[in-house]
Ligand binder design. Structure first.
Ligand code: VTB
Length: 346
């Protein structure tokens, strides 16, 4: 861990996120979400293998038998080096979402991103791939919300922390039948809502950055995305509170569409989760002291622009953040492909 050079690795992970974003952005609007995801995974894996580290995937594309690449437990990185040299590389845990918002990319809709987070061993919770109820707020509201409190109370607390009224707030919620009650409650309290088709991770990040006009994310999305959100919150000084959702009734879907509750409970137990109702805070989800988070826009979004292609290259827009060196870098990269006469625009 001593030899984990966070700033240098951050730039390596920037290249990884950029590569995944570029490849998936090429497929934008083609209506094939699986293909978009596949090219992002391939590109991410290829570049990640060049990073000088002894990496291990803790959140990825699934279990080994269902995902050929970036599966949970896969050893990654340092492939170009001899075993002897590799031994000197830092041991790192990695959470990836090569294309967060596969549907968004397939449709050419806003806010698809390529994302990864890394930390020293044990620094990111090995969360089960099930649903998770979340509330995410920015630095000014840290400590003022409680996922177990009524929605209206949380909205009042957020408004107070931001010195405004509840009806000045914008809350992001995934547009799903399971959120009918939540949406009614937010509307009842008078706040504005932005219902999104997908992508509660990029929504959570936006909630933690002032000036995006998004003040909170609420509702049920994926648990893996929750861990990645927590990694971003550690860097941005924001807060996430979350609870695993294992009861199909909370999901408003036909019980046959989700694994039976007993099966899920068994899985949680086997992963060492004894209390399935535990409220997780930012540190529980991302306990690492040296966290690196990198995201690149695939399609245009509230925080990041999508990939732009032009004759002589392409341009990407990313955010790369670290906790220990406390840098938030917004990076605008021109990937030059043209010859020596290529024109670079400001
Ligand atoms: C969630 C959310 C993600 O997919 O995992 C969602 O966290 C899946 O929810 O950001 P449904 O099963 O209800 O579609 C995303 O929106 C995109 O990966």
């Amino acid at each position: 861990m001593q030899n984990m050079k966070t700033d240098e690795l951050a730039l390596d992970f920037l290249r990884v996120a950029e590569a995944a974003a570029i490849e998936s952005a090429r497929t934008m609007g083609q209506g094939d979400r699986k293909h978009s995801d596949h090219v992002a995974v391939e590109a991410m894996r290829e570049v990640m293998d060049t990073v000088p580290m002894r990496g291990r995937i803790v959140i990825g594309e699934g279990e080994r038998d269902e995902a050929p690449m970036l599966y949970i437990g896969e050893e990654i990185g340092g492939k170009e080096y001899s075993d002897e040299v590799r031994e000197s590389f830092p041991e790192i845990d990695i959470a990836v979402d090569p294309l967060e918002g596969t549907n968004l990319c397939a449709l050419g809709a806003n806010n698809a991103i390529a994302v990864l987070a890394a930390a020293e061993r044990g620094g990111l919770l090995n969360a089960p791939d099930i649903y998770m109820d979340k509330i995410v707020v920015g630095p000014s509201c840290k400590g003022s919300v409680d996922i177990e409190a009524p929605v209206e109370e949380n909205l009042k607390a957020i408004a107070k922390s931001l010195s405004r009224d509840v009806d000045d707030l914008t809350v992001i919620v995934l547009d799903r039948p399971r959120h009918k009650k939540l949406v009614d409650e937010v509307r009842g309290a008078g706040a504005r809502i932005r219902l999104i088709g997908d992508g509660d991770l990029s929504a959570g990040i936006s909630a933690a950055v002032a000036g995006t006009n998004i003040h909170a994310l609420m509702g049920i999305g994926g648990a893996p995305e929750g861990v990645l959100t927590a990694a971003a919150m550690k860097c941005l000084n924001g807060e996430i509170q979350a609870r695993l959702i294992y009861d199909p009734e909370r999901l408003s879907v036909d019980a046959s569409k989700v694994p039976p509750m007993e099966e899920v409970m068994e899985r949680l137990k086997s992963m060492g989760i004894d209390d399935p109702d535990k409220v997780y805070n930012t540190n529980d989800l991302a306990p690492g002291r040296r966290i690196i988070f990198a995201a690149t826009g695939v399609t245009d979004g509230s925080l990041l622009k999508g990939v732009r292609f032009f004759g002589e290259g392409k341009r990407t827009n990313s955010v790369v953040m670290t906790t220990d060196t406390r840098n938030i870098r917004f990076v605008d990269t021109v990937h030059v492909e043209g010859g020596p006469d290529a024109v670079i625009r400001f």
